[in-house]
Design a protein around this ligand. Structure first.
Ligand SMILES: Cc1cc2nc3c(=O)[nH]c(=O)nc-3n(C[C@H](O)[C@H](O)[C@H](O)COP(=O)(O)OP(=O)(O)OC[C@H]3O[C@@H](n4cnc5c(N)ncnc54)[C@H](O)[C@@H]3O)c2cc1C
Length: 493
C-alpha cells in the first residue's frame, strides 16, 4: 500500500461527481505542497457513470443524459477550465409539446420551467384565460410558504400558479421529467433555490419578468437554458480524466463494504483486497451510498432502507424515411403520468441538436418509466423496444421503418424525492458530520440532480476537504508530536 506519511484519500465512483472532486482536490492540494494520494475506485470498466456518449454514423448519441440545464455562470467556468466552452451548442429552435387528451399541446420555450418566468410567453398563450394568467403572475409573487414542513409539489404549484395552469402545464412537465406524479414529489427538494431566496422573491420575480419583456442586455452571455457539447457529454468526463495526473484510477474496482475504526476507513473491494483511507468520498448513486452509510452509522439504517427508487430506460431508435418527424414542429414531447403510457418523453435528437442530422434517417430518444402496468425489471429489451416503437406509431398514425434500436436500462437509479426527503438527507448528513467530521463526504444525486449541479457540489466539497487538510497540516507542523520532534525543536531553539 501507499506510504504512511501521505494523506490517503479514496473516492468511490467515477461519474461526474467523483471525477470533479478528484480533479479539484488534486489541484488545490498540489498548490499547497501537501503530500497526498488519491485513489479513484470505479466498478465499471469505463469512467463517466451515467454520462455515456456513443457514435452512430459519426454522430454523437447519448445513452444517458443528453442536455446540460444551465442555471448560472459557475458551470460555464468549469467548462472553460476544461477547454470546452467553445464546444457548447444550444438546441435548434422548435417547440416542445405535452401530449394530453389525445392532442399535442405546444409549450412556449419561456414556460419550459415550472415557474412562469416569461411574461410574453404567458400572455401569448391562447389556452389560458386572462384571469388565469393574472392569477399565475400574482401567485409568482406570493410569499413563500414555510417549507420546514415539506408539501407535495402539486399542492404547492396549484397554490402558487392556480389550478388550471398547474394541472395542464407545470405538473405534467415536472412529472414527465422526474417520472413520478407531482403528488408524490417534494416541494422543498425541487424549489430549494427559491426557498433560499424567499425573502427577496418578489423583487427577483419582478426582475425576471422585466427582463423577459425588454429582452436580454446586448453582449450578455446566456447562462440559462439548455445546452450540450458538440462531441457529446462524455467530452466533459474524458477532459477531466486527462487532467488527473496524481490520482490513481482503478476501474473494475467495486467497494463491497466499509468499516470505520481508529479514525480510518477500511474498505473491502470485490476482488477481496482492502484499502485504508483517512478521507472517504462516496460519489455513488444514492442507493449505493446509503448502503455504505448504513454500515457506518447503523442507527440510520431503518430510515434509509425505506426510500423508494425509480427506474427508467432510454430507447434510442433510428428511423428511415419517417414522415411524422418532418411534419412535427418541435424537438420533442412529454406524456404526463395520467395518460398511463410507459413512454414518458421523447426527444428528436436529429432535430434538437444542430450537427446531428443524418440523411434520410432520424434519431429519436424515447424515455420510458415504470407507469401503469409497465415494470422495467423482468421486461426483456425486445419488449421495451416494441413498446417504444408502437407508441410512436400510435401517436403519429404511421407505420415506421426502424433501422436500429438500442436499450439502456437505468434500474432503481434515482430516489423518489418524496415530501420529507430533504429532512431525511439533512438527518443523514448531520449524523455523518457528527460521527466522522470532514473525513466522510457524500456526493452524487443525494442532494442535487443533474450534471451541472453535481459537478458544482463536487467542486465545492473538494475545496472544503482541501481547506480541512491544509488546516490539519499546518496544525501538525506547528505542534511537536513525538519525543524526537520535541528534541529537534528544542535543539533548533
Ligand atoms: C436516463 C437519464 C437521463 C438524464 N438526463 C439528464 C440530463 O439531460 N441532464 C442532466 O444534467 N442530468 C441528467 N440526468 C442525471 C445525471 O445523469 C446525473 O445527475 C449525473 O450524471 C450523476 O453523476 P454522479 O457522478 O453523481 O453519479 P453517477 O454518474 O451515477 O456515477 C456514479 C459511479 O459510481 C459507480 N459505482 C456504483 N457503485 C459503486 C461501487 N460500489 N464501487 C465503486 N463504484 C461504484 C458507478 O459505476 C458510476 O460510474 C439523467 C439521468 C438519467 C439516468
Amino acid at each position: 500500500m501507499c506510504s504512511k506519511d501521505k494523506i490517503q484519500i479514496v473516492v468511490a465512483g467515477g461519474g461526474i461527481s467523483g471525477l470533479v472532486y478528484c480533479w479539484k482536490l488534486e489541484q488545490q492540494l498540489s498548490k499547497h505542497g501537501i503530500s497526498f494520494e488519491i485513489t479513484l475506485l470505479e466498478k465499471n470498466a469505463r469512467l463517466g457513470g451515467k454520462i455515456e456518449t456513443e457514435r452512430y454514423k459519426g454522430i454523437a448519441v447519448e445513452r444517458g443524459p443528453d442536455a446540460l440545464h444551465m442555471k448560472g455562470p459557475e458551470f460555464i467556468s468549469l467548462l472553460d477550465e476544461l477547454e470546452l466552452k467553445e464546444e457548447m451548442i444550444r438546441p435548434s429552435a422548435g417547440g416542445f409539446f405535452i401530449y394530453q387528451n389525445g392532442e399535442f399541446q405546444k409549450v412556449h420555450e419561456g414556460l419550459l420551467r415550472p415557474f412562469p418566468h416569461n411574461l410574453r410567453a404567458i400572455f401569448l398563450n391562447k389556452d389560458f384565460s386572462l384571469f388565469q394568467k393574472i392569477r399565475a403572475l400574482v401567485g409568482g409573487c406570493l410569499p413563500f410558504p414555510s417549507l420546514q414542513k415539506d408539501a407535495p409539489l402539486s399542492r404547492f404549484l396549484r397554490y402558487r400558479f392556480g389550478k388550471r395552469l398547474s394541472q395542464s402545464l407545470f405538473e405534467p412537465l415536472v412529472g414527465g421529467i422526474y417520472g413520478a406524479s407531482p403528488d408524490k414529489l417534494s416541494t422543498a427538494y425541487f424549489y430549494s433555490d427559491l426557498w433560499k431566496h424567499r425573502f427577496a422573491l418578489p423583487l427577483l420575480v419582478l426582475r425576471i419578468w422585466l427582463r423577459s419583456l425588454f429582452g436580454k442586455r446586448k453582449g450578455r452571455p446566456n447562462f440559462i437554458g439548455m445546452a450540450t457539447l458538440r462531441d457529446g457529454l462524455a467530452s466533459i468526463t474524458s477532459q477531466i480524466e486527462q487532467k488527473l495526473t496524481q490520482t490513481k484510477i482503478c476501474t473494475e474496482s467495486k467497494i463491497d463494504s466499509v468499516v470505520y475504526h481508529d479514525s480510518k476507513y477500511f474498505l473491502k473491494l470485490s476482488d477481496k483486497s482492502t484499502l485504508v483511507a483517512d478521507i472517504l468520498c462516496l460519489a455513488l448513486p444514492a442507493r449505493e451510498s446509503f448502503q455504505f452509510v448504513s454500515q457506518l452509522a447503523p442507527e440510520l439504517r431503518s430510515n434509509l432502507t425505506d426510500i423508494p427508487y425509480t427506474s427508467s430506460a432510454v430507447c434510442t431508435i433510428t428511423l428511415r424515411d419517417a414522415n411524422f418527424t418532418k411534419d412535427f414542429l418541435g424537438t420533442g414531447f412529454i406524456i404526463p403520468e395520467e395518460e398511463c403510457s410507459a413512454v414518458a418523453a421523447c426527444t428528436f435528437t436529429s432535430k434538437k441538436w444542430p450537427g446531428r442530422e443524418i440523411e434520410n434517417e432520424d434519431i429519436l430518444r424515447v424515455f420510458l418509466k415504470e407507469r401503469g402496468d409497465f415494470r422495467l425489471t423482468g421486461t426483456p429489451d425486445e419488449t421495451i423496444g416494441h413498446i417504444a416503437l408502437s407508441t410512436l406509431e400510435k401517436l403519429f398514425k404511421e407505420k415506421l421503418n426502424c433501422t436500429s434500436i438500442h436499450i439502456k436500462r437505468w434500474e432503481k437509479t434515482q430516489p423518489l424525492y418524496f415530501p420529507g426527503y430533504p429532512d431525511l438527507v439533512s438527518q443523514v448528513t448531520n449524523t455523518c458530520q457528527l460521527q466522522f467530521g470532514d473525513s466522510l463526504i457524500l456526493l452524487g444525486e443525494i442532494q442535487s440532480s443533474g450534471i451541472p449541479a453535481n459537478a458544482l457540489t463536487a467542486s465545492k466539497s473538494a475545496t472544503l476537504t482541501a481547506n480541512s487538510i491544509i488546516k490539519r497540516n499546518i496544525l501538525s507542523h506547528s505542534l511537536p508530536s513525538t519525543p524526537e520532534d520535541i528534541e529537534k525543536k528544542a535543539v533548533g531553539a
